[in-house]
Structure formats: C-alpha cells, structure tokens
Design a protein around this ligand. Structure first.
Ligand SMILES: Nc1ncnc2c1ncn2[C@@H]1O[C@H](COP(=O)(O)OP(=O)(O)O)[C@@H](O)[C@H]1O
Ligand SMILES: [Mg+2]
Length: 438
C-alpha cells in the first residue's frame, strides 16, 4: 500500500483549474458535487463489501461515465474475503473495503491484507463509525481514504478521483458539450460567445473544438484562416501530445484557442468514438476549459461525447420540433447520467417578429429545466457579428444579448456573479465596512 496524504479538496482545487478565480465568486456548493468527481484513468478496482447496499453503491459508481475506462469488480465478504482472495491473486490498482468490524479487528485484518498487497496498490476503507483514532491509524498504515457510511456513489467517485487526479500537478480540464435541439438554432454561436466570455472573465485557457468538420463556423466566427487543426488530431489521435496540440490549435486571444474544422469537402470525415475520446483526453489534460461545438447529427461519436461531457448545454429555439428534440436529448441524458447535473438549457432567437412561438415557460415545464439564459432574436447584431468574425460583446458591449453569454459562462461553470468572496467569514460584511472607513 502506498502512503497517501489526505487532504480535503478545497474550492480552488476543484476541477484542477490552474488559475486564480475571479471576483465572480466560488463554485456553488450544491452544484459542484458532481464536478469534484473527475474522470478516472484506466485503473482496476476490486471492492469487497459486507452489505448489499454498499455493493449497489459501488455498482452505480462503476456504471458512471467517469469510470467508463475503469475495470471494477465487486465481491461480498468484506476484508476477510479480500485477504483470502489476494492470497491467490495479484492486487489491483485500488481495493475498496467495507468493514463493520471494531477498530482493533479492522486494523489487524488490514495488516494481513497489506502483506498481500503489491506496492502501488491503494486502499479505500468504508466503515460505520466516525472514529478519528481509527481514521489516523488507517492513514498511518497507508490507507488512502476512510469514508463513513452512509455514502453516496458520488462521494465514492470523488474519493477515487482524488487519488488519481491530483489537482496540483495534473490539471484536468472540464469538458462542455454544446448541441442544438435542431440545426441552425445558434448552438455554435452560443458555444463561441460563451467560450470567449469564459476566457475573458476567468483569464483562463479555453479551447473551442469544432466537431462540424465539413461545415463548422468556428474559424469564420473568430475571423481566422481555415487550418487543418482538429482533422489532423482526429486522423491520428495516437500522435497527439502537448507539443502537437500546441501546433494544431489556432490562438484567437491570450486565453482562447480554437481547434478549427478544415471545412473542405474533398474527403469524408468518419470519426470514431475512440479517436474523439483520445483527442478530448489530451486537451483536457492541458487546458482547464474545453468547449465542444457539436454539429446537429446523431452518430456514435456525437452521442458518446454528449454522454461523457462534464456538462451539456442544449440550445433551442421556441418551436415544436425544438421542444420534441430537446426533450429526447434531456431524457436520454437523464437515463444515462444518473449522477450528473441536468443539462443546461439556452433558449435562443426568442421573440422573432411574426413567428408563432411556444413560450419559454411552457418549454421549461415540459423539459423540467429552467433556462440558464433567454436570448432574443436580433438579426442585426448577430448577422453583423457573424459577418465581421466578431463576438457579440466585441461588436457591441451594449447589445441586449451581450450579458447573456457571460451568464452562460458563469452558470455552466457553477459560478454566480454576485456571490460573496470565497470562504468569506460571517464577519466579512462588517470587516468590509471597517475597511471602507479606514
Ligand atoms: N439570437 C439570434 N438572433 C438572430 N440570429 C441568430 C441568433 N443566434 C444565432 N443567430 C444566427 O443563426 C445562424 C445559425 O447559427 P449557428 O450558431 O451556426 O447555429 P447551429 O450551430 O445551431 O447550427 C447564424 O447565422 C447566427 O448568426
Ligand atoms: Mg453549429
């Protein structure tokens, strides 16, 4: 067993961002539980449970997208079964032990388990008593983490993720997938403007990946000459590393780069799930925020990106086909992403003159989702921005829709503009007043 220094993940470490947070405030606690549990690399895990409830929790975690690459097996019989099992078998990367035994017995049995563990194997113990002495003794023995029941699958995933994603040394970026409920509803526009706003607000590196390889508009929208970019990465994902990534990205501003689509039709683009997965992995290892601009298609890779993303942002216009399609996407995500936040809904091109529309309220109640932003139809501003290759806020900071993209950037990253400073003490308002007087 290896020694692991336990540390409580703090707000700053969440998501492994390598940037100081702006004054917009900390992540919203209630919404970041799922953000703290990060995708886990290809490791093997064996759990030895005493109760069926714990086995169920491990099973739920094992089926989660974050553990998609992990090999998990669940056994019953607790620590005793583990000791017997590893007499015959090599130990995996991580052993999860549930034990209801008293302190002395747990420690004794763990000692005999340790004798059978390969170096490098980590252990998480799940117990029933909130016992600090036991906790310290476990850590002394090299146990990575002690969790007290009852636990939720997300807590377990977070504990596993903390073992493999050290935020100080390995920033793991967040992936945001943008999809339109229909083609042409402004999903790319929302993605590009939100990405730009994010890079301006947080002064953190943002990559926008255009997966509409044949017709994508990312290059046009940011006024960049077409480059191969993402097509090169996807055609040989094995070769992609930090250095190549740097060459393939097109820098639009200090903190914003695009992975532009080639937009030529002399070839077909048959992407694979694995290729997309590999490219996204390399980007997320190097950049804190990756926004994936998905085309309105339904392929294996498109579906896989949606199911694997940290957050999904659905853009919809207020008509019936949009409502039906948005509902299909929301339902699919609900079924397959049981431990995740709900997708985010952006209502776009609302109040188009003379068009009969479904009201935003009806849309929200049918989807059981509150829109994070409602953007009005404004052909003049959006048309001009598109033609100039500018973002809305660059073109006209006073445009009615300009603040919407900042709101989307804040909402999707779980931040709120008016939040008080992080970990503010209850005395903060008083101290603030005193400061002003001084
Ligand atoms: N709120 C809006 N008002 C007017 N035009 C818009 C609005 N949002 C987007 N557009 C325009 O709609 C067109 C399609 O947008 P795009 O982002 O390419 O859609 P999608 O990616 O969903 O296919 C673009 O020309 C864009 O400028
Ligand atoms: Mg698009």
């Amino acid at each position: 067993m290896s020694k692991h220094v336990y540390s409580e993940p703090d707000a700053e470490a969440v998501g492994g961002m390598d940037v100081a947070l702006p004054s917009e405030g900390p992540p919203l606690a209630e919404e970041t539980a799922s953000a703290r549990a990060r995708p886990i690399p290809r490791v093997s895990i064996q759990a030895f449970c005493e109760n069926a409830a714990m086995a169920e929790i491990v099973q739920v975690a094992a089926e989660d997208r974050r553990l998609a690459k992990v090999h998990v097996s669940v056994h019953m019989g607790g620590i005793e079964a583990a000791v017997a099992h590893f007499e015959q078998n090599p130990t995996p990367n991580l052993i999860i032990i549930e034990s209801c035994l008293p302190r002395e017995q747990v420690l004794m049995q763990l000692d005999s388990l340790a004798e059978r563990c390969d170096p490098g194997t980590k252990v998480i113990v799940v117990g029933h008593v909130n016992d600090v002495v036991l906790y310290r003794d476990l850590l002394k023995r090299g146990v990575s983490e002690y969790l007290v029941e009852p636990i939720q699958p997300l807590q377990l995933m977070e504990a596993i993720s903390n073992l493999y994603n050290n935020p100080e040394t390995e920033p793991v970026g967040h992936v945001y997938a943008f999809i339109g409920a229909k083609g042409g509803v402004g999903s790319s526009t929302v993605c590009h403007n939100a990405g730009w706003a994010l890079s301006e607000l947080f002064k953190a590196n943002v990559v926008i990946a255009d997966l509409d390889l044949a017709f994508g508009t990312t290059g046009l929208d940011f006024n960049q000459d077409p480059v191969q970019g993402i097509a090169d990465a996807l055609s040989s994902p094995d070769r992609l590393d930090e250095v190549l990534l740097d060459r393939l990205l097109t820098k639009c501003s200090e903190h914003l780069s695009i992975f532009a689509a080639p937009v030529v039709l002399d070839r077909e683009y048959d992407l694979t799930v694995e290729g997309c997965d590999q490219v996204i992995d390399v980007v997320r290892q190097n950049v804190p925020y990756m926004l994936v601009d998905l085309p309105h298609t339904w392929t294996a890779w498109c579906k896989s990106i949606l199911l694997q993303a940290d957050e999904v942002i659905i853009t919809a216009a207020p008509d019936l086909a949009n409502l039906r399609n948005a509902k299909s996407i929301v339902d699919l995500l609900k079924q397959t992403r049981r431990n995740d936040n709900k997708p985010r809904l952006v209502m776009n091109s609302v109040n188009m003159p003379k068009r009969p529309e479904i009201s935003v309220k009806e849309f929200e109640s049918a989807l059981e989702l509150k829109a994070i932003s409602i953007i009005e139809f404004d052909s003049e501003t959006f048309g001009q921005a598109a033609n100039n290759g500018q973002m809305i806020e660059e073109l006209n900071p006073k445009a009615k829709s300009a603040p919407a993209f900042r709101d989307i950037a804040l909402a999707m990253t779980h931040r709120r503009e008016s939040m008080p400073a992080r970990k503010a003490s209850p005395l903060a308002p008083l101290l603030e007043k005193l400061k002003i007087k001084l």
